[in-house]
Write a protein that binds this ligand. Structure first.
Ligand SMILES: Nc1ncnc2c1ncn2[C@@H]1O[C@H](COP(=O)(O)OP(=O)(O)OP(=O)(O)O)[C@@H](O)[C@H]1O
Ligand SMILES: [Mg+2]
Length: 324
């Protein structure tokens, strides 16, 4: 966590020095287009030596037991081509990973490539994106990372909105929010009913790279009982049913310092990425989030919205020239 700590400390010092200044505006990277407030996403410290993921002595969170035997996985697992197609209107401003080039695309490529590297050492398919507080960029990172995975060799990717209190991925993708995870976990919808893909364009033009092989499970209706639902064995069961269809599963979640939902869902994930936001996330917030997630398999920390992430000198960012 050393680079993260340094960055957060630096951000706090800057914040203290420039008290009252609108930090977010000050930190916009100047090379981006006007009105394009997207800042750099730097993946750092997902290095082997810093990761509990590779620690053999690490005691993981007990996984949620599946209550009953799933009769025949093959009979329950929907086929990819059977997933319903819906009209999607993705937000080009929020989903920068859909672009062919640009700094945000490169940063997500770099993050993706580091995560792919983990697979050489341990099985890894399901990744939960977490953070301590709201507005640190979990949904932004989840959606753009999922798109980045889906662009690579057209890998099949499932994006799950696990924030059943304030779901937002349907807004980023411009698609229906229900039925979704809430309905499945409440027992009112099947895996077939909650999954959706983008409808092909009516004029026959191909969908943007990254959308064609992406499937979404939206959050569903706002759940008053999200902590109860997220703690149910049905989530692990859902992953077991749908997992054979996908190369990667990315799960967005709610802030772990405020509610338990993310910690509950993390039990069923192969690994967790913690998002911290430059200039916003305090050191104690990140530390507390790490401790809430202490039983989860931490892959590393994503430093989101930082100045200078493009600068190879600072070590926060590495180019990965290869893409799909
Ligand atoms: N790198 C970035 N540059 C600029 N804006 C960003 C960046 N990351 C996130 N944002 C913006 O910040 C806001 C909060 O991001 P996001 O919704 O992803 O946070 P969150 O952690 O999911 O919040 P919540 O816990 O409330 O769901 C959004 O408007 C998003 O577009
Ligand atoms: Mg969110």
């Amino acid at each position: 966590m050393s680079k993260i700590y340094e960055a957060l400390l630096r951000a706090e010092l800057e914040r203290a020095a420039g008290a009252g200044e609108p930090v977010a505006e000050k930190r916009v990277i100047p090379t981006l287009q006007q009105n394009d407030a997207y800042q750099s996403v730097a993946s750092v410290d997902i290095l082997r030596e810093n990761s509990q993921y590779f620690d053999d002595n690490f005691a993981p969170l007990p996984s949620v037991p599946v209550e009953h035997e799933i009769p025949s996985l093959a009979s329950l697992t929907p086929r990819f081509t059977e997933i319903k197609e819906m009209p999607w209107h993705p937000s080009p401003v929020q989903l920068k990973a859909l672009e062919d080039r640009g700094s945000v695309v490169e940063q997500f490529r770099s993050l993706r490539s580091r995560i792919q590297g983990f697979r050489k050492t341990a099985p890894l398919k399901t990744i939960l994106i977490s953070s301590g507080h709201p507005q640190e960029g979990k949904s932004f990172v989840s959606a753009n990372l999922a798109i980045s995975f889906a662009r690579h060799k057209s890998d099949k990717v499932l994006l799950i909105d696990g924030d059943m209190r304030r779901s937002s991925l349907h807004r980023l993708l411009g698609c229906p929010s229900e039925p979704g995870l809430t309905e499945y976990l409440s027992g009112t919808a099947s895996p077939f009913e909650i999954m959706q893909r983008a409808q092909p364009n009516a004029d026959g033009t191909p969908l943007p790279k990254g959308l064609a092989s992406l499937t979404l499970i939206p959050g569903g209706a706002d759940a008053g009982n999200a902590s109860e639902l997220s703690g149910s064995a049905k989530f692990a069961e859902l992953l077991q049913i749908v997992s054979p269809m996908f190369d990667w599963i990315v799960i967005d979640s709610s802030p772990v310092n405020l509610v338990l939902d993310g910690v509950n869902l993390a039990r069923s994930a192969d690994g967790v990425l913690l998002v911290v936001r430059g200039g916003v996330t305090k050191l104690e917030t990140a530390q507390r989030a790490m401790s809430e997630l202490k039983g989860a398999k931490m892959l590393g920390v994503v430093l989101n919205a930082v100045d200078g992430a493009d600068d190879p000198e600072n070590g926060y960012y590495g180019y990965d020239a290869v893409d799909a």
